[in-house]
Design a protein around this ligand. Structure first.
Ligand code: NAP
Length: 259
């Protein structure tokens, strides 16, 4: 399917690896020029070089922490006038509900709620002026079904979800859609380290830890960054103009809900 976005420009945050990279690659495959971001310059440059070589699109890189005002300012310098924004960042650490103080919540809110909102506020007005734009926020399955040890993530992402639900309806009339993409378990570096933690805690191997988690997913496996990216690219396509304020869950059926 021609996604109809060849020649457009996208900012894909936190995209040197994992789900962000999957989104960047799928957009590049559709002919979209990219501004890519991550904190670590080396991996970011290597990923950008691979994407340029594979897809022939223009790729600008900005090594910066997207959760800080300084990092966002550096990224926005290179990303003014983008047509597509994919919001992403690392997730907050796990813990118990008794562990977290005000400062922990502020950090999580900064990273997973206020950073995407700041980028939406910076870039959506230009999209509205031009009459076309797409925003996809990478959130989490935890928005639909809480993950108890990820209380900071549950809280911050729920806040972003509420903001998007209202804001998406305020900008849709100017041709701009804002939606959320909710990953369940996907095979990324983050999952490799989570499986290693589970294995250490339970005295089993990482492969055994992964197999146990995969057995609980109706699809019988983790999702891939490629599948995730392809869904993101569709949500950024000309075909998704009537999708407004939605939460699209990619979890292989793991969340047992009717809707
Ligand atoms: P990943 O494989 O660890 O990749 C994270 C990417 O984000 C890397 O490119 C990393 O590069 C970049 N990054 C992290 N923090 C950043 C920051 N502050 N500023 C700029 N770039 C940053 O992680 P992932 O699995 O793709 O997860 C992406 C998001 O989805 C996370 O918020 C995660 O909580 C959420 N999620 C993932 C899953 C899953 O199964 N994978 C499930 C639910 C939710 P640098 O480290 O160099 O900055």
């Amino acid at each position: 399917m021609d996604l109809g976005i060849k020649g457009k420009r996208a900012l894909v945050c936190a995209s040197s690896k994992g789900l962000g990279r999957g989104c960047a690659e799928a957009l590049a495959g559709a002919g979209v020029d990219l501004v890519m971001n991550a904190r670590g310059a080396e991996t970011l440059e290597a990923t950008a070089a691979e994407i340029r070589a594979a897809y022939g699109v223009d790729v600008v890189t900005v090594a910066a922490d997207i959760t800080t005002p300084e990092g966002r300012a550096a990224v926005l310098q290179k990303a003014q006038d983008v047509d597509i924004l994919v919001n992403n960042a690392g997730g907050p650490p796990p813990g118990m509900w008794t562990d977290w103080d005000r400062e922990d919540f502020i950090k999580a809110l900064d990273a997973n709620m206020l950073a995407p909102i700041a980028l939406i506020k910076a870039l959506v007005p230009g999209m509205m002026d031009r009459g076309w734009g797409r925003v996809v926020n990478i959130t989490s399955v935890s928005v639909k079904a809480p993950i108890a040890v990820l209380g900071l993530s549950n809280s911050a992402r729920a806040g972003l979800t509420g903001y998007v639900a209202g804001t998406a309806r305020q900008v849709a009339g100017q041709g701009v859609t804002i939606n959320n993409l909710l990953p369940g378990l996907h095979a990324t570096d983050r999952m490799v380290s989570l499986d290693a933690n589970t294995a250490a805690a339970q005295g089993i191997t990482p492969d055994e830890a992964r197999a146990a988690k995969e057995a609980a997913i109706p699809a019988g496996r983790y999702g891939t960054a490629q599948e995730f990216g392809a869904t993101c690219a569709f949500m950024c396509s000309v075909h998704a103009g009537f999708m407004v304020g939605q939460n699209v869950l990619l979890d292989g059926g793991a969340t047992n809900t009717v809707m």
